[in-house]
Each structure stands twice: as structure tokens, then as C-alpha cells.
Design a protein around this ligand. Sequence first.
Ligand code: SF4
Length: 444
Amino acid sequence: MALKALDIYKLLPKKNCKECGDPTCLTFAMKLAGGKGDIDLCPYLDENAKTVLGATTRPPIRLVKLGVGERSISVGEEFVFYRHEKTFYHQPGIFFSVSDNDTIDQIKKVTTIVRDETLTRVGVDLHFSGLAIRNESGSADPFARVISAIEEIADLPLILISDNPNALNNALVHCGTYRPLIYAADSENYKVLCEISKKHGCPLVVKASGLEKLAQLTKMCTKEGVTDLLIDPHPQTLGDFITASSTIRQLAITRMAPDLGYPVFYDASKTGQQDAAIALGIVKYASVIITDPFSTASTKAALTLRQNIYTDPQKPIQMNPGLYRIGSPNKDAPVLLTVNFSLTFFTLEGYLESTRIPCFMLIVDTEGLSVLTSVAAGKLNETLVRDSIKKFEVENEINHRKLIIPGYAAPLSGRIEEATGWKVLVGPRDAAEIGEFLIQEWKK
Ligand code: SF4
């Protein structure tokens, strides 16, 4: 069971020396209790404290990094069973599978899709994660050739899938320092795959049917010195997957089975119901999902679902504050102020676009709160408006000094005028009425 902050505090040296990066031992204890600290940051822990804290304060599911560079991803380090209890932290990687029997042209086409395809949603660019290469030829050379072809055109996380240790070893030489994920160790081959994993510094998937066997296998791999592991419970049906992955999550986060405390691997392409399997994988705790390349509609659905599930329910989605243009506004165009709550932004942006009146949107940082809430909480105030006008150099973009504020911010109009010297026009409360407002009030 996880220790509470005060129990952890009792085991700390209480020097308050700040060497761990926290101002006091108590704040360090609170961080450890939340699963976010690292006991190695305190140089003064005695052996007993290290043993007790080491077992109880590590994240219950190991964090594993796949790939290197800008497109690398981290999976695992989750703490809860239900998203609303806190949040889910590391979204699953979705990998398109290719075969070393495919032509190099086909491989490059899929690689380009994974590299370039982007869905921009609520201001965030969403991508697929990488490629899973199947060694279906059974030989080392075609496998290595495919990997070289991919690496010529993209720096993406890779998964190497093969039953042939020689093919894996040979292919890994072509991967340089890219740390691909190796699939998969079982009870027969785990020693040799652990050697390969250690030699090339790559994470390793272990697979077994049955959670007991899976736990035994992770234990054996860690004894061999490989700790960056993912686990594949090898489900036969979608129902098997839900049962296995839910049980693994429950046992891992309650620390009842630390040997199952690893991210879950799921091959959705082998299910015969790929779209449903991907959705289940996203919702039910898979950390790496393999799929065959799929249609645009399925792509949008998968990326949207993943974004929704892995958005912190306690934090509103925010836009970056700044000056945004609708159309091509000139120096006489209206400036409309609003908050950086993404729903407010996109609603207003949609209505403004439909008016076809070029204008500026001045988005101020209210930490994602809506207009009404940020006015009530004092986050939207005259100082913020004045500083934002200055920071985003709004006065350089226009000739006039008029600002349209949302109807719900009407109580601030006088104070904004005083702080900025601008004339404030109070807009409608409902964004749907902004077109009518601009025609009536701005153009007259
Ligand atoms: S380094 Fe250790 S002793 Fe020093 S403040 Fe942090 S927890 Fe306390």
C-alpha cells in the first residue's frame, strides 16, 4: 500500500537542507506520496528508509520511453483506475504496422503518413506515434532493409517484431541510438532477448497468456537486468483484453502485484475488429497499440478519442494567449477581447468567421477559465487587459483605440477604460449575436 505524506516524512532526515530541490523535507514527502518524487534526490536517507520508500513511492506503473528526439513518447506512470479520480498522464502510442514483405515504396508511403499526418484539434496538433515492423520474411536482411528505408526519411519511434533473435540483432545495428521497442520475450527466448535489449539499450515487450505467467516473466527479465518492460497479456478476444488490462491496472496501482506494474502492449490489428479494438485500447489502459494503416475517418476518431481521454478533466483546455486574426484585418478592424478557455475561443472564432468581417481576437490568459468565472474570480481584470494589449503590441496593428469586451465582463468596462485609455464597447453575452452586434455597433 502507498504511504501517506506524514508516514514518509517520519522516515526522512528532516534536515530541510533543500538539496533534493524542495524547500523542506515535508514538501519532498508530499511529492513522494503523490508518486512524483525520486528518493535518490535526497542524499541523506539511511538504508532502511531507502528500502521502505523505494518499494512504496515509485510510480506503480513504470515509465518507459520509446524512441528519441522530438517524436519520442513516454508511456506508463499512471496512478488511477478511473480518469476522474485524478487524470491519465501518458497517452498511448498508436503505431502503424508494416511488413518486411512490403515493397520499399509501400513502406515509405506509410512512413510518410505517420510522419506528416496531423489533426489539429482545440489548438493541439495530434499525430500517430510510429511504425511497427513485422519480420514476416523470417530473414534478417529484408528486415534490416526496411528499417534503413524508414530511417532515411523519418525520426519516429519504432517497434521491431520478430521471432528471430538474429534478425532483431542485425536490425538494431541499423537503428543507431533510436531505442526501438523489441517484441517479444516469452518463457523460451527471454534470456537471449534480454541480452539484445541490454546490448542496444532498448525497451522490451514480454508476452504470456495468463497474468501469473506474465508476472513471472517480468520478474525473470528484471533479474536479467532489463527493467524497461511492456507487457502483452496476449488476449484472444476484445473481452479478454478488457478483462486482462483492467485487472493489470487494478493490481498495479494498488501495488498488489508490482511485477505487473508495466505499460500494456496491445496488437489491435490481429483482432478482426480493428476500429473497436483501438477504441478499447485507448479507453482501457493500453499504452502501445498496433494497427494496420487505416482510413481518414478512423484516423480522426482514434486521435480525437485519445485526446479526450488523456486530457486532464480538472484543467480546462487552454489556448495560447495572443492576438489572433480572423480573415485579413486592416488597421480599422475591430478588436474583440476574450479569455483563453478553448471552448470560448472556438465558439467565438466560429461565429466571427461566419460574419466575414475581418477582425482581431485578443486572447488573454485567465488560466483557461470562462469569461463569467474569470470575472467572478478576479482573473479577468483591467491590469491583465492593459498588460496584454502591451505584450501583444495591439496598438501597432490598428489605428483606433476601441476594444469590444464580452457581455459578461461588462462590470469591468469602466476600469478597463481607465487602465488602458481605450474606449470599451460591451459586446453581447451570447457569441451567436456577435455578427449582429458588429453590424449595428461597429459599422455605424
Ligand atoms: S535533501 Fe533530504 S534532508 Fe534535505 S530537504 Fe530534501 S528530503 Fe530533507
